[in-house]
Design a protein around this ligand. Structure first.
Ligand code: ADP
Ligand code: MG
Length: 253
């Protein structure tokens, strides 16, 4: 996926200002940045959910030139708090991920039902299949959103703070699962994340966004430095080398 000169204006305000980034097939790139940096806005534009300036190409094709169905087959976007019909059952919600494959006025095929079953199994949601969405906990719901994205069968997934509603155990479970899918199926992952240590543990590369611009990019060790975080988050941190990425600990000024 290639993003060049991405700009997004919301109500005249320039929220994303000339962002360039590339994510190779099977790579995991995580965007970090302080509140209001433009992470969610950039992700929505890259997912084709907002009008933008610049170019966004998936597999070499410009997103704004792809028909809607082709977009949905290529890219699945999981927003931070999707609005869901409360009375809908988990299985039916996950099956919505198959919409791009179902002909207008047609019915879902056996392959669509199988894809929904498989996604439920991958996220340990089989026992929840018949439950109403409004009876799930935050963490269970988050897994259902991921299951829907998985059922969509897209090679690129865009995840906006996929673990912010989860406790530390479920955070790890969900991130490990995404990573397993990345390795097994060659999924390409672009995520935004809040927790810097966790972000660094899972990303191949990171992008630090501030004021709608890329202010640092590279490996977690290159981006998660005391100087970068002091400048852009106004925080004092200590960086401790970890097994997968730097561990970031905030310390008193
Ligand atoms: P992040 O995800 O990095 O916290 P967002 O992309 O959600 O940031 O928001 C970036 C900035 O855009 C924020 O300052 C927010 O207030 C502003 N913003 C969001 N929506 C609108 C809008 N409709 N009109 C004007 N500004 C907006
Ligand atoms: Mg956000």
């Amino acid at each position: 996926m290639e993003v060049a000169g991405l700009t997004v204006r919301l109500d005249q305000a320039l929220i994303v200002d000339g962002v360039d980034l590339r994510v190779a097939e099977g790579e995991w790139v995580t965007v970090i940045g302080p509140n209001g940096a433009g992470k969610s806005t950039a992700l929505r534009a890259i997912g084709g959910l907002l009008p933008f300036g610049g170019t966004v190409r998936w597999h070499g094709r410009a997103v704004d030139e792809l028909p809607r169905r082709e977009r949905a087959k290529a890219v699945a976007t999981v927003l931070q708090s999707p609005v869901v019909p409360p009375a809908m059952r988990v299985f039916d919600y996950v099956l919505l991920g198959r919409t791009p494959y179902i002909p207008a006025l047609g019915r879902e095929s056996a392959a669509d039902l199988a894809a929904a079953d498989e996604a439920l199994a991958a996220l340990d949601l089989v026992p929840f299949s018949g439950r109403r969405l409004d009876t799930l906990s935050g963490g269970e719901k988050q897994r259902v959103f991921l299951a829907r994205a998985l059922a969509q069968g897209a090679g690129i997934v865009l995840l906006d703070e996929p673990t912010s509603a989860l406790d530390i155990g479920h955070q790890q479970e969900v991130l490990e699962l995404i990573d397993r899918l990345r390795v097994e199926r060659g999924l390409t992952v672009l995520a935004t994340m809040h927790d810097l240590t966790t972000a660094g543990e899972y990303a191949d590369r990171m992008v630090l966004l501030a004021g709608g611009r890329v202010v640092a990019a590279g490996s977690p060790a290159e981006v998660l430095t005391e100087a970068n975080l002091a400048e852009h988050y106004r925080v004092k941190v200590r960086i401790i080398p970890g097994d997968h990425g730097p561990l970031v600990v905030a310390v008193r000024q």
